[in-house]
Structure formats: structure tokens, C-alpha cells
Design a protein around this ligand. Structure first.
Ligand code: UDP
Length: 237
């Protein structure tokens, strides 16, 4: 089977790195994700990753406990850099070349975000991990994922979740819940389906970037998704 995509963007939430822990990073889980990414790189698909930070700090939560929202968001963005560097370390132990680029300069630990340089890394087969979100408070890493996907002309945005797609009801409480094979952006927006925030969906819609929602915890899923298998729900035009 040939490659379905040339260049993809994978959005990993902070929770994806947390496994069953209540907080922080589970090294075994990160190691497993790195295995999957290594396979994709070996198959020749270029991959960029946006990592979240919800396993460490979320701006909204900080604001709810009294912090100024913008300040809390900056803490959240810095938290994503910890995840980015941890993921890079796991990839390097598997001999996968990677670069971390941050939207807030931290040049002792990572490159600053430079779009053209990121594209060059990808062309050379390096994984590019984008840290520090978009660099702007009041945004999310989902929106960052949509933004970076548009900037690097990714063929598709992979949104890794803990369920294998989008359902018409909650599959945990309703045994008759049906998984959608595909959905339109408008449907997701109109029904306020909790796939990604509406800013992220709108950005994908405006730039024609399909979103594949899939379950990251099933081994081999990332590879299957990249090879074009229908393993989740595709959101498109
Ligand atoms: N954040 C931000 N601007 C961005 C991206 C992220 O301010 O462009 C902050 C925000 O406070 C957010 C936190 O970083 O709560 C962590 O990101 P997010 O909640 O998107 O992570 P995830 O849910 O994917 O783990």
C-alpha cells in the first residue's frame, strides 16, 4: 500500500503523554508514542507535531483559581515545552532525528519557530516538534495545530484522542452510539461537537485541511492512519 500522505501534522494533547497518571508525564507512554512516530518516519511520511500541556498546566484553570488569564496562559505554553523536549528525548533514543521549535524563544533548549527552517527539517526527514503553542495567550494548542498545519501545507491534521472517532452519542453510556466515518466542518461547528475548539475547526475549514480523529492508545494506529486506513472519523469539506 502506498503512502496516503506526504506531510502530516499530529496533535498530541498533554493528557496523551500522561497515560493513567493524574499529572505529568509517563515515560513508558511517551516511549510507545515515539515508537509509532519512528515507524511513520521510516515509511517516508514527513511529520510535524504540536504538543499540548494540559497534563501540567492549563491557563483556564489557573485563571479560575485567581491568576491573571494571560499570565496563566504563558505558564501553560511553557508547560508544553517540557512535553516537547521529553518527546524529543524519547525520539532520539530511537535514533529518530528531531528538532523542537518554540513559539516563545528559549534558545538554550530549542530553536525558535522559523517556518522555513521547520519545512527544511521536514524535507530532510526530521520530526519537528512545535512547543509553546502559538506564543499567544487565549489560544489553545488545538488552534496552534491547525495554524501550523496550514503554515507547513500539511495534507492532514491528526487529532489523537482517547476514543476512536466522533460518535452520535456518548459511547461510554450509550451502547447504540454510532461512530461517524466522516463529518463536515459545518456539522461539527453547528452541533458543537467536542473534537477541537471552534477556532481550530474554523481554521481547518477555511484552509481545507482535513482532520482525522483517532485513538492513539491502540498500538499501530498512527501508522494505519498515515497509510490512509479509515481508523477514526474524518472531518472535511
Ligand atoms: N496556550 C496558550 N496559547 C497557545 C497554546 C496554549 O496560551 O497558543 C496555553 C493555554 O493556557 C493552555 C495551555 O497552554 O491551557 C496548554 O495547552 P492546551 O490546553 O491546548 O493543551 P492540551 O489540552 O492539548 O493538553
Amino acid at each position: 500500500m502506498g503512502l496516503a500522505y506526504r506531510r502530516v501534522l499530529l496533535k498530541l494533547s498533554g493528557e496523551a503523554l500522561m497515560g493513567d497518571l493524574a499529572y505529568g508525564i509517563d515515560p513508558t507512554v511517551v516511549d510507545g508514542i515515539a515508537d509509532e512516530i519512528a515507524e511513520i518516519v521510516a515509511s517516508g511520511v514527513q511529520i510535524a507535531i504540536v504538543v499540548g500541556g494540559g497534563n501540567i498546566f492549563r491557563g483556564v484553570k489557573g485563571a479560575a483559581s485567581g491568576m491573571e488569564r494571560a499570565t496563566a496562559d504563558y505558564v501553560g505554553m511553557i508547560a508544553t515545552v517540557m512535553n516537547a523536549i521529553t518527546l524529543q528525548d524519547a525520539l532520539e533514543r530511537k535514533n529518530v532525528l528531531s528538532r523542537v521549535q518554540t513559539a516563545i524563544e528559549m534558545k538554550e533548549v530549542a530553536e525558535p519557530y522559523i517556518r522555513r527552517r521547520a519545512m527544511r527539517h521536514l524535507e530532510k526527514g526530521r520530526v519537528v516538534i512545535f512547543g509553546a503553542g502559538s506564543g499567544n495567550p487565549f489560544f489553545t494548542t488545538d488552534t496552534t495545530a491547525a495554524l501550523r498545519a496550514a503554515e507547513i501545507s500539511a495534507d492532514l491534521l491528526f487529532k489523537a484522542t482517547k476514543v476512536d472517532g466522533i460518535y452520535d452519542a456518548d459511547p461510554k453510556t450509550n451502547p447504540d452510539a454510532k461512530r461517524y466515518e466522516s463529518l463536515t466542518y459545518s456539522h461539527v461547528l453547528q452541533h458543537d461537537l467536542k473534537v477541537m475548539d471552534s477556532t481550530a475547526i474554523s481554521l481547518c475549514k477555511d484552509n481545507d485541511i482535513p482532520i482525522m480523529v483517532f485513538d492513539l492508545s491502540v498500538k499501530g494506529n498512527v501508522k494505519r492512519a498515515v497509510m490512509g486506513e479509515s481508523i477514526g472519523t474524518i472531518v472535511g469539506g
